[in-house]
Design a protein around this ligand. Sequence first.
Ligand SMILES: Cc1ncc(C[n+]2csc(CCOP(=O)(O)OP(=O)(O)O)c2C)c(N)n1
Length: 650
Amino acid sequence: MSLRLNLKNSELSNEELSTLQEMRQRCARRILLSTSLAASGHPGGSLSALDLLLVTYGLIDHDPSQPLWSGRDRIIMSIGHISPGVYSVLSEFGYFTEEDFLTGFRRAGSGFPGHVERIVPGVEWDTGNLGQGLSTGVGVALAMKMKGLSQKVIVFMGDGEQQKGQISEAMRFARKYDLNNLIVIIDRNHLQICGETACVMPQNIRGLFDNCGWNVSYLEDGHDYNAIFSAFSDAYQGKVADPKGPSVIVARTVMGKGISFMENLAKYHGAPLKPEQIEEAFDELGLENDMSKWEQLRQGPVATDTKVENRVLYPEIVLGEAITYSSDTLTDNRSAFGTALQQLAEANNVQGKNLKIVGVSCDLEGSVKMGGFRKHSPDAFVETGIQEHHAATMSGALSREELATFFSTFGAFAVSEVYNQNRLNDINETNLKVVATHVGLDVGEDGPTHQCIDYLGLLKNLFNFSAFMPADPNQTDRITRYVASKPGNHFVGMGRSKTPVITREDGTPFFAGDYKFQPGKGDWVRKGDDVTIITCGAMTPYVMQAWEILANAGIKAGVLNMASVVPVDRQSVIDAGSAGPVLTVEDHHIDTGLGVIVSLVLAEEGISTTFKRLGVTRYGSSGKPADLYKSQGLAPEGIAEAVKGLLGRC
Ligand SMILES: Cc1ncc(C[n+]2csc(CCOP(=O)(O)OP(=O)(O)O)c2C)c(N)n1
């Protein structure tokens, strides 16, 4: 059954009202059945949000026969736990059959997971981590504005969920960017897992949005179809106090609505009914209890053919001509990044017409060298303020809207601060470019809070992120262009300091001419038979100095620059380990970075060799990078000493 409500009408017809009542009855049944069959899940919020969901799907532009139709409005379910309600409504509107849903819900391998995921037709974003959905919706709404599209974005949120701080970040941002294509609906049932929202953590939800300059409307009865219809169609059509601003509808609802013994009880947030309670609930709904039939059907194999395949929408990026910095250049990698990004904007972004590359900054535009990009593409430059959690999630959402999105700030804030946001982005198979400047002890005087030494360890947990650490400005230029042109999640890390150009033995720039960056491919900057030093990023120039010290001492060291840390160049590691001793050197926590990755390759390949790791073994202090490196054995002399120790030549 489907329903198409007309926005132009002032109220719902009697026929529409009775259709909605019938839909509610069928959906309530599915909510109860699905959760009881799975013996887990969230019936209470599903029932409280049900009427809001039904009217919303009745009003928006969408096409259940083409869930990914490009003209569709978008619904982001920030409260991913109300999946039983969402799937019930989607099946009601014809996205899939009731049978597929009820037999598959919460079963391994099925297309109907416990929290909403994009594999379900009609679902836009995998959620479950409360508090991130508004940032996602904001990202999609911003992308629509950037592309001149008129679709609306609707975000469903819980009232307990409002306690998350990231929501305030997103709220402010939506107002700053005048996202009047964004409508938030809050299921205000006054309950959350541990009881009343007012007891768990009191807050003035409407006041918060109001103070932020949103259009706020309140529904005394969030189950009154005409009231929902009127508030939603006003917000949708911009018939609000400030048509330039985003809108929120706070709807007073009842947890467990429609099943008298469930109503207003927090325990039904996440407790399915027992078989005897199902009997009672079905009596109340005036329906026959067919639970046993479904139990039987769930004995069969799970159906998987409803699953939506991930689709990658990624713009064609013109790479432009790579820059070659001459051997005598002394600049920082972040400047090389900024220049490459500006050139990419010049080659790809047409202001006011067609934007392909977006830059997101968190009050550090100058430090991350995005100034040139902003000047060229002011409409594609997004300043979020010091709101990294929102910035990370929003960047992920932008990156799935056919925009090559660069999220750039210091490593401590681009990775460590927002690990969970990047994790949810990764689960959503975003196409994000996280460019972190100021990583490692190379940050220097700002001290340990700013010296990010855990980025590789954190990113290694994310299955779809690569991690690249350019050694010099030339490699930075090429890696920046590479990641801009490729879908998927890519991290690029760089230090703060000016750094010399890496050269060949004849003094010409190494990463120049025909050099092409390839993931999973290391660079043999020097060949040498006695030992191999594997390194990356800010440490490579230090290792080059160590190489000279060693050469003067008659030791022939190979230097393998592993800019592609994830994926690592396994073959080169095998070659290095098979040829002789191996030393890894990194400006990163010694136990979670390059050294560990290399050691695993050696172990897995059964290569027995003398092996040592150098890296950061304790939090750094405030001082010049060279002094900090020296204090942790990472100065050229310390590296050379470590090699001599490995070779027994101390
Ligand atoms: C960041 C985060 N913290 C905790 C949880 C666990 N959790 C799931 S639902 C929920 C309560 C949500 O309350 P509310 O938004 O009012 O939803 P309702 O109970 O009305 O369904 C909590 C704490 C979570 N999913 N995400």
